[in-house]
Design a protein around this ligand. Structure first.
Ligand SMILES: C[S@@+](CC[C@H](N)C(=O)[O-])C[C@H]1O[C@@H](n2cnc3c(N)ncnc32)[C@H](O)[C@@H]1O
Length: 223
């Protein structure tokens, strides 16, 4: 009874402040190694569960993140797939003018967020298995030229309409059956082009998606 009451009060306080707690995924029976400063439990835990599904299904293929910035999420992809090639696609200099122009013209976003305070060296320094990483620095989709791998997991987190749509066009045909694509910002009011891009691609290709309640509203496509 006392625990129920404490749980209820804690829930009220956390809810009021925008914090959410869920179970600890004990059924995964694994040692957790998480960055306590990474404040998106749902995003990380969903990644962990997707990884488990991919491994249980015995899928083969590389993994990738398009939109890496400082590598905070890519670090976990690299940790959970220690034996696979991880492609890291980013300008590492922030948004490109041509993408921002389209954002502003369509009222998708202001395109003003600055993601230039990063570097390839810093990102690789954060990776637990940097020897597995292939860095594709520059403007996507140009940097995808010559990449012929198939993929089991891809995170698309470029915020903007064009690179998200182009990312889906590039990765979906190369995704192994049973593989996952996570698209960040699907339900983010600050980047409404993300939803437009995913919805357009899914409608064109008759694909269904699942949306999850992480901090920026990720959409998940499973092939
Ligand atoms: C929100 S940040 C990525 C955050 C990172 N995934 C994380 O979870 O910490 C978005 C990144 O997408 C990159 N980006 C946006 N458009 C791009 C494009 N057309 N080509 C390459 N990189 C792009 C930006 O440079 C920026 O680093």
């Amino acid at each position: 009874m006392i625990f129920k009451a404490l749980n209820f009060i804690a829930g009220k306080i956390f809810n009021k402040n925008g914090y959410y707690i869920t179970g600890s995924l004990n059924y995964l029976k694994r040692k957790r190694s998480v960055d306590r400063n990474y404040m998106d439990y749902v995003r990380l835990s969903t990644l962990e569960l997707a990884v488990q599904q991919i491994k249980e299904a015995g899928l083969s293929g590389a993994v990738a993140e398009l939109g890496v910035y400082k590598g905070k999420f890519a670090r976990y992809i690299n940790q959970y797939f220690p034996d696979r090639t991880l492609y890291l696609f980013d300008t590492f200099e922030g948004f490109e003018k041509r993408d921002i122009k389209k954002e502003v013209e369509n009222n998708y976003s202001t395109g003003e967020q600055n993601f230039s305070d990063t570097s390839v060296e810093k990102v690789l320094g954060l990776m637990p298995h940097p020897e597995r990483c292939i860095v594709k620095k520059g403007y996507f989709p140009e940097t995808a030229e010559g990449v012929n791998d198939s993929f089991v997991f891809v995170s698309i987190d470029t915020d903007l309409y064009d690179p998200i749509y182009n990312g889906l066009r590039f990765f979906y045909p190369r995704l192994s059956k049973g593989g996952y694509i996570f698209v960040h910002d699907y339900n983010n009011d600050g980047y409404i082009g993300a939803k437009e891009a995913v919805d357009k691609f899914c409608a064109e290709n008759k694909i269904t998606k699942l949306v999850i309640p992480d901090v920026c509203g990720t959409a998940i496509i499973v092939k």
